[in-house]
Design a protein around this ligand. Structure first.
Ligand code: SAM
Length: 273
């Protein structure tokens, strides 16, 4: 009761939250409006996939891929699969879903950048057969990402990657997973929408620029001249009351052959009034 009351009166946007819950529940408005507002289950997965799919469509693609790095029990992947189906219907395209995971839980580490005061080796084990029984289209890519990413393109010939969800917890695993951005240009869009689960943190986790996912992002940006992971600044201006929307980023591949393909609205004018 107290929790509900404090939520209602003390949260920055109590009425917005109430409205969003009901928009999601009664499916009010269009699919796109609900995605942009964050009014659906796992909206933080729906938003990057929907925006990535729209970009792909503008670039002339009819089939794309999305990846979840870090699957654990599989709740996120099951949700991503459902979202992919909804977006397929909405935009009339095909979406392949991949889930990368070690399956044995978090790997052993001694690297302080993995914030071992918060994460423990063995956390988040997967029940592989139970999860496979729940999946209909998503493919599991099992093993350490540093071993599975280099062979991914050859084994799966993926359609262009449009959206990626990073939830590997560790700095070291995220750094290794960024090798996905070395994939041949035909397997990736010039810009990819990204969700990072661990760029905000809590008092215990104390996510910062020197450990965890943020350290991996900073290192990626420092060591790549033509590829960068950048903020989505407009999200902050929209003040969406779903904190997970502030964890979104975009990957830019400046030398991708389609980087400069025009996708904005046509005939833009600002004639003198
Ligand atoms: C927090 S869980 C993912 C939860 C999931 N995204 C969800 O929303 O339900 C993190 C997962 O990352 C996986 N992981 C961490 N480092 C990895 C690595 N180097 N290679 C493959 N998987 C890894 C672990 O096995 C663990 O299952």
């Amino acid at each position: 009761m107290m929790k509900k009351l404090s939520k209602l009166f003390l949260e920055p946007a109590p009425f917005k939250n109430f409205a969003l819950r009901n928009i999601a529940r009664y499916k009010l408005g269009s699919f796109e409006q609900r995605v942009n507002l964050g009014a659906m289950p796992y909206a933080h997965y729906a938003y990057p996939l929907y925006q990535g799919a729209k970009l792909a469509k503008r670039l002339g693609h009819t089939r794309i891929s999305t990846i979840e790095f870090g699957v654990a029990g599989g709740n996120g992947l099951v949700a991503l699969e459902k979202i992919a189906r909804d977006i397929e219907k909405e935009l009339g395209m095909t979406i392949d879903v991949y889930g990368f995971d070690l399956s044995e839980g978090l790997p052993r580490s001694t690297d302080y950048r993995d914030a071992l005061y918060f994460w423990k080796a063995g956390f988040f084990k997967m029940d592989v057969s139970a999860l496979k029984g729940r999946l209909s289209k998503a493919k599991l890519v099992l093993g350490d990402v540093k071993d599975t990413i280099p062979t991914f393109a050859k084994e799966h010939d993926p359609a262009p990657i449009a959206a990626v969800m990073f939830d590997l917890d560790y700095y070291s695993s995220t750094r290794d997973a960024f090798k996905i951005f070395d994939i041949e240009d035909k397997h990736i869009l010039p810009r990819v929408f990204i969700y990072f689960d661990d760029v905000m943190g809590t008092e215990e986790c104390l996510v910062g620029d020197f450990t965890g996912q943020r350290a991996a992002i900073n290192e990626f940006n420092d060591t790549n001249d033509h590829k960068k992971i950048d903020m989505l600044h407009f999200i902050f201006a929209r003040r969406i009351p779903n904190e997970k929307y502030y964890r979104m980023r975009a990957f830019h591949h400046f030398k991708h052959p389609d980087y400069n393909a025009f996708i904005g609205p046509e005939n833009q004018e600002q004639a003198l009034r």
